[in-house]
Design a protein around this ligand. Sequence first.
Ligand code: ARG
Length: 275
Amino acid sequence: MSATTRTRTPGPRHYLMCRPTHFDVTYAINPWMDPAKPVDTGLAVAQWESLRDLYLSLGHTVEFIEPVPGLPDMVYAANGATVVDGKVLGARFRNAERAAEGPAYLDWFRDRGFEVHDPAHINEGEGDFLVTGRYVLAGHGFRSSRDGHAEAQEFFGRPVIGLELTDPAYYHLDTALAVLDDDEVMYNPAAFAPGSRAVLERLFPGAVLATPRDAAVFGLNAVSDGYHVVLPEAATGLAGQLRARGFHPIGAGLTELLKGGGSVKCCTLELRGPR
Ligand code: ARG
């Protein structure tokens, strides 16, 4: 069956989110952040609440972690950990500004009885680890380390496919690639080193390829449940490509959170239960 004629069925998902109560841009650790630009925290909260309500209306379960004062990037829950088969690999951040988020997220999981692994090497959670049916796709070049990839492979017992990111605007894998279904992805080829691009072509020959324009509005920072694909509303070209494949794209307005260099996926950590 071709990708276009495939029947799409949404699977109910389980997410963890963090309200942007303390969201601000007070430092710059990616090219999207400009501390001189004003941030409207109230607007960020309102936009985040619409994303949360959208997930709930789609039948997903959403849990919340208490935001910590002084950690303005904590809203980007995707970076807090990676959860596969109910096992939690904690995050260890590259930048000192975000270091305290690692233990904060790990405690949340530990308090709820999850099997947790405190990482020895740098990995920024689902910012750089994206899970397909067979693999963990893993970004490196800006944040997560190759040692962090190896640690994830041993912990999860799944093949970790390292992919080198080369454009600082797409510093996390989830800004350049999104998993749509167990064996389907969409990505921005221009964000990857040539060898990594060849790996993606080999693993996902029919993938949806984003235009530079859709990539630049963070269109790849998307969350799919196998049918509904929630993505930044400005990525209209990508939405059309997804519709043609039988997906149901839903645009979300998270412009205020884009000032920190994040959007839909960054605000969403998927809690994958045991099989
Ligand atoms: N300001 C944050 C950083 O640069 C944004 C993180 C976005 N999150 C993501 N999953 N890409 O670390």
